[in-house]
Design a protein around this ligand. Structure first.
Ligand code: KG4
Ligand code: ZN
Length: 331
């Protein structure tokens, strides 16, 4: 079964073709990062316009690279939410046009289901499974007892991990998106500042990162005011150690409590080298998997994989009334 994935929820325009929920035939991604960098973050209006400009090209690239024709496609899976509504609508409208034109069934996918299913490209999901979702918009622990069965057991009360990374990067003068740069600098610094590990001993699976973020911003501000010497690398290392300590400890506790067979990490922050190393080092009794680097941040291959499994599970597609929903719930 060949599934076409379409993703446009934020600042990446992407179309992919994936066979049987596993083999990526093509994954064309047009990133707008260079355009938004100038503004220090994603500007929704510009994002929508860039999706309009780029989407036809990305459809063509995906189909050409896969060496197939539109008529070979069995299902179109499109991100229906959550995300920026203007951006979502471009992908959904384009996917509908292809679906109607070639008479292909269409299915709406939750963006986070996509991030989770990115893991299935390299390792088959095995259940029960625990997913740690860490992206720019989400921080959640999710238990799956089978395909397309999501139970959120904990999430952040405020900032998502990626969001905290990006805000700290901005204060430290690093360009958008700062997460990958903080990660690089952290590798060169020391955990000097012994920052708080929010909710680490709470015994549940809730998270909170806005207090830690403010702590880092105040620490930096005070050192600048007092003209104290400091290294940005040490601030990055201290922040990364604090965040990853909390994420790893809670994930480990949840893996044991729910007796899972597998732990998977999903979302842009799954690319974080410090997190990857600590998860593998600390969780040794259950296999821990990460998506390949190209499938951590937003891409359409993950949406196609999720679409395959959602279709297998429910046996039905959506109708052409399908629409974007910026606050879509995971189910
Ligand atoms: O999943 P994603 O591409 O988009 C959302 O669904 O939000 O995640 C983007 C987020 C950004 O906040 C980015 O800074 C962060 O993932 N990110 C990282 C790293 N690579 C991407 N954060 C920390 N370390 C990284 N290596
Ligand atoms: Zn994402």
């Amino acid at each position: 079964m060949i599934v076409m994935g379409v993703e446009s929820s934020c600042d990446e325009t992407s179309v992919a073709l994936v066979k049987d929920g596993k083999t990526v035939l093509s994954n064309a991604v047009l990133s707008q990062i260079d355009i938004h960098r100038e503004y220090g973050g994603v500007v929704p209006e510009i994002a929508s316009r860039e999706h309009v400009k780029g989407i036809s090209l990305v459809f063509d690239q995906a189909v050409k690279r896969a060496g197939i024709a539109f008529s070979d496609i069995d299902l179109i899976a499109v991100t229906a939410g959550p995300g920026l509504i203007g951006s979502l609508l471009i992908g959904v409208a384009a996917a509908k046009v292809i679906a109607m034109n070639f008479d292909i069934p269409i299915i709406g996918i939750h963006h986070i289901a996509g991030h989770i299913y990115a893991n299935n490209i390299e390792h088959d999901l095995e259940f029960p499974c625990l997913a740690l979702v860490v992206s720019g918009g989400h921080t959640q622990l999710i238990v799956m007892k089978g395909h397309y069965d999501f139970q959120i057991i904990g999430e952040t009360a405020d900032d998502a991990v990626g969001e905290a990374y990006d805000k700290i990067a901005r204060v430290l003068g690093l360009p958008y998106p700062g997460g990958p740069l903080v990660d690089k600098k952290a590798a060169l610094g020391k955990d000097l500042y012994k920052l708080p590990r929010p909710l680490i001993d709470s015994g549940d699976f809730q998270f909170s990162f806005s207090g830690l973020k403010s702590h880092v911003i105040n620490l930096h501000h005070n050192m600048v005011q007092r003209q104290e010497p400091f290294a940005v690398e040490d601030i990055c290392a201290s922040f990364q150690e604090a965040v990853t300590d909390v994420l790893v400890k809670k994930t480990k506790e949840a893996a044991h409590r729910y007796a899972v067979k597998q732990v998977i990490v999903a979302g842009g922050v799954a690319a974080n080298k410090g997190l990857r190393a600590k998860m593998t080092r600390e969780i040794t009794d259950v296999p821990v998997y990460f998506p390949g680097m190209a499938y951590c941040t937003d891409n359409a291959a993950m949406i196609a994989v999720a679409g395959y499994f959602k279709f297998q599970k429910t046996g039905k597609a959506d109708d052409y009334a399908i629409n974007g929903d910026s606050r879509l719930e995971l189910k």
